[in-house]
Design a protein around this ligand. Sequence first.
Ligand SMILES: [Zn+2]
Length: 284
Amino acid sequence: MKGLKQFNGHKGIFAFRIDLDFFHPKHVEKTLEAAEKHWIKMTWFVNMETGQFHEREIKRIAKTQDVQNHGFLHETFKNSEKNLENIMKADKLLQEMDIKCSSFAAPFGFWNKELGKALEKTGYEYSSEFREGKSIFPFYPNTGEKKARVLQVPIHPICLGNLFESGYNEKEAIEYFGKIIKLLYEKQVPIFLYGHPTGRLGAYPKVLEKIFEKVNELDDIWFTNLTDYAGFWKKKKFKQRETGWDEHNVFVEDKKSKRKKIKAFYKGQLMRVEKKKISKRLHK
Ligand SMILES: [Zn+2]
């Protein structure tokens, strides 16, 4: 396997996105500990409706991690002004904590054109929403207006919470992430994963540790974070990269007992989640 120019010459690339919705200090601490133990700088999108009350903890996270904006209200609106207002309210609260943001991750991963238009007005560099069926590599979404400047950085859209809700236990979840990491690496697409600390990664920090260990076993990985990678992608002016795999960005494993929720795909080894169900299930 050769390196890719989109990976800065490396064979693979890894980043982890945290969505911090409801601030649970203990679970945040456990998540942070796992990252620091493995020297991983993750990108934390912090919701500021609860985040506003945790200045000390957010500043602590920012010492080793990349802190970004997950909105004030945990909602995407159908109106551009409302989206902009919601983004900038969180931006201001973070600025008051001496944190300057350059990106946004939409609550529940819900991107719409009205959000796209709002993002163009923020001066932000990128957003991250995992729009399945579009692309696995970064791209500029169509906002219906002139060419977008805000890059979209997709991630693999199955998090620990989705697995738990589909009946996986901790051990099975670790196996799932092990398999998906291997698959993404072999396909030479970004290994960009995400998760939530509260009740998930922070309650089961072993899952995160096993993910880091698994990636560490791979040859020639560029460990980065979403912000650095978006900057790299824009600087290099890459065009959208076709993978021939674009429609298949979403997988869960073949768990026979969960037939109702998932649909056969990919030689019976992996399963594709039905689109409708994804949007309901994602990002809980
Ligand atoms: Zn969220």
